[in-house]
Design a protein around this ligand. Structure first.
Ligand code: SF4
Length: 232
């Protein structure tokens, strides 16, 4: 991996849609207990039914050095009573920020955690780009969930994805299809709701905008301070 992708003198910040105060493990963003991070900004704009339409703008959110993000994830994983298996990157579009994500995912893999990344692009399209940063991102990804969200193909029975065109690719030996099926059978379908130390309401595990909005509206009266919600 080149120094440019391991963050040499010019450090490319990671733009997250939330602060690091909202990190927490859930059982609903992939196999096992996983800490989700949501990137801010999406250049793909694959659908007008995006689950996180407030994460599409490329100029919002919070900027962090990759090392800060890695340290925050490791800290939460070390103090939480739940056994954290890995990190899941959602968005927004993670591949837009490949340069900043590579050191985070690489270092988390080195620390023994698994990495899972969502993209509105496809694996074949990403490989065809032939960009070092994209290739490095794929090399640091154990599970890739790919493809645009297509509302007419929405199927609520799908594990960890929303529409039938989307696929889960095992890019390393860390998982295989049997392990994913077993994990989903154990964990089942569901969602979680949490409020971080930054007062952000998070709904995890839903893949469809209307369902997420209904739950948010049902929860918002419990929030005493104004906050933004995110889901995935
Ligand atoms: S589903 Fe993903 S790729 Fe599509 S608009 Fe939303 S963030 Fe962008």
């Amino acid at each position: 991996m080149g120094d440019d992708l391991r963050q040499g003198p010019q450090i490319t910040p990671l733009r997250l849609a939330h602060s690091l105060g909202s990190l927490r493990p859930t059982l609903h963003n992939g196999p096992g207990w996983r800490i989700g991070i949501w990137v801010q900004g999406c250049s793909l704009l694959c659908t007008d039914q995006c689950l996180n339409s407030h994460f599409l703008a490329s100029d919002g959110g919070h900027l962090y050095k990759p090392a800060e993000v890695t340290a925050a994830i490791l800290r939460v994983a070390s103090i939480d009573f739940r056994p954290v298996e890995g990190v899941t990157v959602l968005g927004g579009e993670p591949t837009d920020q490949a340069v900043a994500l590579v050191p985070v995912l690489h270092d988390l893999q080195e620390a023994g955690f698994t990495t899972m990344v969502y993209t509105g692009s496809t694996l074949s399209a990403l490989r065809l780009r032939g960009e070092p940063a994209i290739d490095a991102l794929l090399a640091a990804t154990d599970l890739l969930v790919d493809g645009p969200f297509i509302p007419k193909l929405y199927d609520e029975s799908l594990p960890w994805r929303g529409s039938r065109n989307q696929r889960i690719h095992c890019l390393t030996q860390r998982y295989d299809d049997a392990a994913l099926t077993a994990a989903y059978d154990r964990q089942g379908k569901g969602y979680s709701i949490s409020v971080g130390t930054d007062s952000i309401l998070s709904v995890s595990g839903l893949q469809e905008r209307a369902a997420a909005k209904d739950i948010e509206l049902g929860c918002l009266h419990f929030i005493t301070r104004e906050g933004m919600a995110h889901h995935g």
